[in-house]
Design a protein around this ligand. Structure first.
Ligand code: CA
Length: 716
């Protein structure tokens, strides 16, 4: 133990010396390679292993009860907060919704600078899962952020001034960036999102100094059959293009976006990327029901210098459920059967926990980490899942877990090498998969070829109760060698937060009901918790400065968690995002959040619509549900059932067709809906408002408990 501590002190002293000599944020390959053992947080997952394990132990199971707020900051957006802050040379860097970047003195919380890329509000339409940002990267005095409109921006770490900026995507297509960049060998690696709408996925590497493109790897073949002049050309010509058949992917681009996990192994000189779902989701429509469609839902290992293919492991061949393999990839050396193996671990959406030999991509083991109904296991010989009879919903609708949100989503997990456990934030929400009848690709629209009207809230209470019973979330401690659960903490709601693990024997996690908590790493016993005033989805991080250990977390509910599950989340208050930083004996108290304004119910006797509510029901669930919730329940957005905009046909048209609220993220739908369609949707929302009013009682407004009120003041 003493030796480890001495080593840590030396690494810290070396870091300090480097900081004195160079500009702030002088992170280089050597410093990043040593980061696993140090007191800072240098990259999205802390270091290149992405274990999210800190060796700090000043905050421990013995004293975590004394944890209190050291400082906090409040942001100017009320959308979801998904970022993990970095702490380098005494400065804490974080990003918020709408891709803004902030730098704080990590000890005092003093704001040093901020940067706003000024993303056009209407671009929010292209973000399937909120206008979130998961964090920044830092290298050689520069801070890098990917923006929701597809730019990669390099900022001076000391001043926040723009050093360079690159548009990494075709602006005419619905690409977005929500993920954190990573820096590998002096190049900034960045992917993108958009596979629900219709894009072709890839990852790019840009020179950190100049912003010049170094290489690009596409994850799906070029629909025109031609090479791209990219690092991926060879593998598609040799084998991957042959796994695709005729289908709508030739119109949509096929999907396969690399929107989250990008991990570097310096020793093997590889970069591992997690690849997303196909577009459309429905494999029958996308690829005629034929072929595995490489590299959808795969982990792909690339040469870190050239971006060329080395190996792949496809978790979900012929993906047809939005079962991405973009989820957190972490590296570890595990003792398996008496031998130390270099592995990578992933708990992708499909519900299997994978341990893979990261040198060659061979499966070591895979077991379901939660209840799943689409497959019974993974064939150890082929590595392919053994699917259940109607998993592909060919014979009709199939109510299945996991749904498109996965058994685990982007919320990072953590590993503790001392307990040997991986801590996974699981989310179980069922989804009824069924073909969208008459599906026709519309450029730029939600194009999944799966019928979302089948996932409206069931009208009868018994079915709803049955569904709600299936929905739950867990903090799961998983033994990756034995492939079994060791302990679980049950959460009442399914969409909870990412995880941090520390040498203090602690696991930290926030949750949907607005609590930040610490658990005993060995037993799962809750040792400390503190209310934070809003739901939490982001992962915490920790750092040491001047002898004190700090634990930081971004607070703000949001993200993709509303898309499939009826009635499963607490009201999402429209409250400004916050950064909360704790230390032992911290005494700061944040000002209370203002009570979220509750809009009064509309005077439904006075409001009429000429629209066709039944037609509006179908249009709503295909066009509006993902943001506004099944049955207009609220989603991440204001409750349309109480919105003054719903009160008149004219104000509704101004917003839905004319784009009056585009600057706040509500783009015009004139590309996809006629004014008559819009009025039909309004008629449907009014019918839901009437249903809510009918069942509400003054004492307990059961049906409106899920209603969300918009923030006063019109922030975004
Ligand atoms: Ca997706």
């Amino acid at each position: 133990m003493k030796i480890i501590r001495l080593g840590l002190a030396l690494v810290m002293a070396a870091g300090l010396a480097a900081a004195c000599q160079k500009s702030p944020g002088a992170v280089d390959a050597k410093r990043l390679a040593a980061a696993a053992g140090n007191a800072e947080w240098l990259s999205y997952g802390k270091d290149y292993n992405e274990q999210r394990f800190s060796p700090l132990d000043k905050v421990s199971a013995a004293n975590v009860g004394e944890l209190g707020l050291a400082w906090h900051a409040q942001f100017d957006t009320d959308r979801g907060q998904e970022a993990t802050p970095l702490m380098v040379d005494g400065v804490l860097y974080t990003s918020t919704a709408w891709s803004k970047v902030f730098a704080f003195d990590a000890k005092t919380g003093k704001l040093l600078w901020k940067y706003d890329p000024k993303v056009e509000g209407a671009k929010g339409f292209d973000a399937c899962c909120d206008v979130v940002n998961r964090g920044v990267a830092i290298w050689d005095g520069k801070v890098f952020v990917g923006t929701i409109d597809g730019r990669l921006v390099a900022l001076n770490a000391k001043t926040g001034a723009v050093a360079w900026e690159q548009q990494t995507t075709d602006k005419s297509k619905p690409y977005t960036i929500t993920g954190a960049p990573r820096v590998v060998k002096g190049r900034v690696l960045i992917g993108n999102g958009g596979a629900e709408y219709g894009v072709r996925g890839y990852i790019s590497a840009y020179d950190a100094q100049t912003g010049k493109l170094a290489w690009r790897f596409y994850t799906v073949p070029n629909p025109n059959g031609q090479p791209d002049g990219a690092a991926s050309d060879k593998v598609f010509a040799e084998k991957a293009a042959a796994t695709w058949s005729d289908g709508d992917w030739k119109k949509t681009g096929g999907g396969g976006t690399v929107w989250d996990s990008i991990v570097h192994d310096p020793e093997l000189n590889l970069v591992y990327i997690g690849v997303g779902n196909g577009n459309p989701w429905n494999h029958r429509i996308r690829s005629g029901g034929k072929g595995d469609n490489l590299f959808l839902s795969s982990i792909v290992a690339l040469n870190a210098d050239t971006g060329e293919y080395v190996w792949h492991y496809q978790t979900t061949p012929a993906e047809t459920w939005d079962y991405t393999a973009t989820q957190h990839i972490m590296l570890a050396d595990l003792n398996i059967g008496g031998a130390v193996r270099k592995v990578l671990m992933q708990a992708p959406k499909n519900g299997f926990f994978y341990v893979i030999d990261r040198a060659n991509g061979k499966l070591i083991s895979a077991k379901p980490y939660t209840n799943i109904t689409w497959a019974t296991g993974v064939d150890p010989a082929t590595g392919r899942p053994i699917e259940t009879a109607n998993a592909r919903y060919a014979a009709g609708p199939e109510l299945q877990v996991p749904g498109p949100l996965g058994a685990h989503n982007w919320q990072p997990m953590a590993f503790n090498p001392k307990t040997g456990l991986v801590y996974i934030p699981t989310n179980i929400a069922p989804f009824q998969y069924t073909d969208e009848k008459g599906f026709a690709y519309k450029a730029g629209a939600w194009n999944v070829a799966v019928d979302f009207t089948a996932n409206a809230t069931p009208p009868d209470p018994a079915t709803l109760a049955q569904l709600n019973k299936m929905i739950h979330g867990q903090l799961l401690a998983w033994d990756p060698v034995a492939q079994k659960a060791v302990w679980t903490v049950e959460h009442p709601h399914f969409w909870n937060a990412g995880v941090l693990s520390t040498a203090g024997g602690l696991v930290f996690q926030g949750n949907a009901q607005g609590e930040f908590a610490a658990y005993d790493a060995a037993s799962g016993k809750k040792l400390w918790s503190s209310p934070v005033g809003n739901g939490v989805i982001a992962a915490p991080m920790t750092y040491e400065l001047d002898g004190e250990q700090y634990v930081a977390i971004m607070v703000g509910a949001g993200g993709g968690g509303q898309i499939s599950a009826p009635g499963s989340l607490p009201a999402r208050p429209r409250l400004p995002g916050r950064l909360m930083v704790y230390k032992l004996g911290g005494k700061a108290a944040p000002p209370a959040f203002p009570a979220p304004p509750q809009l009064p119910p509309l005077d439904l006797n006075q409001i009429k619509s000429s629209g066709d509510a039944q037609h509006g029901f179908a249009l709503f669930h295909q066009n509006c549900q993902v943001c506004h919730g099944p049955n207009a329940s609220g989603g991440w957005m204001p409750d349309l059932k109480r919105s003054p905009i719903t009160a008149s046909a004219e104000s509704w048209k101004q917003v839905v067709i004319d784009g009056a609220n585009a600057s706040r993220g509500m783009a015009s739908f004139a590309r996809f809906l006629s004014p008559k369609d819009a009025e039909d949707i309004r008629a449907y929302v009014l019918s839901e408002a009437r249903t809510a009013a009918a069942v509400a009682t003054p004492a307990a407004p059961a049906a409106s408990q899920r209603a969300r009120a918009p923030a006063a003041g019109g922030g975004r």
